[in-house]
Design a protein around this ligand. Sequence first.
Ligand code: HEC
Ligand code: HEC
Ligand code: HEC
Ligand code: HEC
Ligand code: HEC
Length: 484
Amino acid sequence: MIKRYTPVALGLLLALSAGTAVAADKPYAPSNVTTTAQGELTTTQWQDPKRCKSCHPVQFEGWQGSMHSIAFIDPVFQAEWALGEKETNGATRNLCAGCHTPVGTITQTVSFDPSKGKHGGFETEGMAATGVSCDTCHTVSAHTMLDTPMLEHGNASIELTPGAKRGPLADSKSPMHKTVYSELHGKSEFCANCHNVFHPGSNFPIERTYDEWKYSPYAQNGVQCQDCHMVPVEVAIRVADEMKPVKELENHGLSGKAARSGKVVRDVVHNHSFVGGNAVIAPLLGVEGGEAHSAEAIKRLQSAASISTKVENGIGDLRTLHVTVHNNRAGHALPTSLTFIRQLWLEVVVRDANGNELLRSGTINADNELPEGTVIFQNKAVNANGEGPQHKPWEVYSFSEQNTIPPKGSRTANFAFNLPEGMAYSVETRLNYRSFSQGAATLLVGEKVRVPFVEMATEITSYNGAGDVVSTTTDVKAGLQPAK
Ligand code: HEC
Ligand code: HEC
Ligand code: HEC
Ligand code: HEC
Ligand code: HEC
């Protein structure tokens, strides 16, 4: 029998919808994670990533320094988890752990002591501290979607069976471990179990990357999460532009051996870098491979979107600037997942030929915050009383505004300015991204951490006195832009 745990104060999480009960087969409720392993469970039943390194160097190098590798020790995560621990009387313990350390959850080895712990108060044992690691993913034996309240993937709807390594190769043999073919591992539904987060009380979808993907042209064309996030960014760019899975690209350059001693040359070996938009946390922690992942994240962000602009004449000297942002290469909304925390915004400056500013919007102020009136592409979260903005996942009841950019879609923002008759001028537009506001960083990890941003896309256009375009450039600034 699997041990059954009843979380204290689950009522707090469930208070929002009295009708919802936790299914009896949820041993780690409110998380949906389960295991087939019986009896006393220990973290040693799963192996440390270091044990895979010598035979699977490509996969190890990619994974090391990824957000998956630091999913448990991430200080921003731990700080928010600690807040949840206090505010919900421990009800968020299993919920958050289910995705950020599935093995720690199953073995119930997560402890909390705010005065201890190197990362923010939570500790666990052995390989469970390696977050979402090799043996976590490769012992996923099924999804438990049919047991979730909405019959959807989410909140760690995975079942772990320690032992054999499950993966995409139907005919693989290893001297080290049993192998089992798993169709699930080749599909977005595998990722969906953790990349859909819903409130366990109201079932409100707080993060829905998988759902955004599912109703996108990528899903219609068979392009999976793996095709963009388990290959180098250059290859992912081709995937998005040609709208084809990696295996259908000509000369993708990814074939090789899946293991050092592998007998067969495989068509695609996945680099396992799982690069998204986070260029800050891994270097901050100083983990090995962190800088390389940060550089890849910047490249990924700078490949995702483009800007186009148009100036329209109004009455007298009134002009309207239309700025359209195109989501060219993200397989989901831009931004995705923590859409109520991530900041994606427009910075716009219009100057006349003498250098006088006619318009300025979205320039970070001296407090490293965005000024009032900035155009931000994000969702605004509110609590059950309609109050917002909310940043704590357990408080999120709904979104009062939704303004992310759909996959292969666009959004347009309008700005007004006055242009003196016959004056030449220039329009500078930038699309910027940062993982969180300075306020959120200060609250969670202290103001010593100053949040930098990435310039994702730029357009600088000069107009002559007759209003004709003289020149346009789209070069972006390389690297992270320093914080104020
Ligand atoms: C987040 C989950 C996840 C983690 C963490 C992970 N893998 Fe994988 N791995 C996958 C998926 C999914 C595939 C199949 C991709 C496909 O076929 O589309 C895969 C494929 C593989 C393969 C088959 C060959 C290949 O590259 O396609 C090997 C071997 C492998 N992984 C080893 C590892 C090792 C070793 C680690 C740790 C260093 C690791 N994996 C970490 C999800 C993961
Ligand atoms: C269903 C799986 C799942 C659950 C449950 C979950 N998370 Fe996460 N969490 C994620 C994923 C996936 C990301 C990465 C999203 C991204 O970067 O866009 C993430 C990212 C985060 C981040 C951002 C970290 C950073 O460095 O930017 C914080 C903070 C966080 N989670 C806190 C929590 C807390 C607190 C809980 C519990 C109340 C929780 N999460 C529950 C999957 C989950
Ligand atoms: C002594 C070498 C060795 C070690 C250590 C090792 N593997 Fe493997 N592994 C192999 C070989 C060889 C294959 C077969 C490769 C092939 O078929 O192309 C393989 C295949 C795999 C596959 C593919 C299974 C499938 O059916 O798709 C996965 C996943 C995998 N290993 C995960 C791991 C993980 C996780 C670890 C560490 C816990 C690990 N391996 C440790 C040698 C090793
Ligand atoms: C067991 C749960 C789990 C599974 C399965 C999983 N992830 Fe994740 N993933 C996470 C968590 C948790 C984080 C966030 C870690 C953090 O920020 O602290 C994350 C982070 C990421 C990020 C980095 C986001 C950023 O902001 O840079 C990407 C990209 C990603 N995952 C892609 C995938 C893909 C693709 C798959 C499927 C092949 C997958 N994940 C499967 C839990 C999971
Ligand atoms: C066509 C390529 C493509 C596909 C398919 C794709 N992504 Fe992404 N993903 C991107 C790009 C580009 C970014 C960077 C821009 C952004 O942050 O949205 C990104 C970012 C992310 C992030 C970080 C978001 C943030 O801003 O914090 C996560 C998490 C993620 N993807 C997970 C997934 C999952 C899960 C799937 C499948 C359901 C998936 N992606 C499918 C291209 C893709």
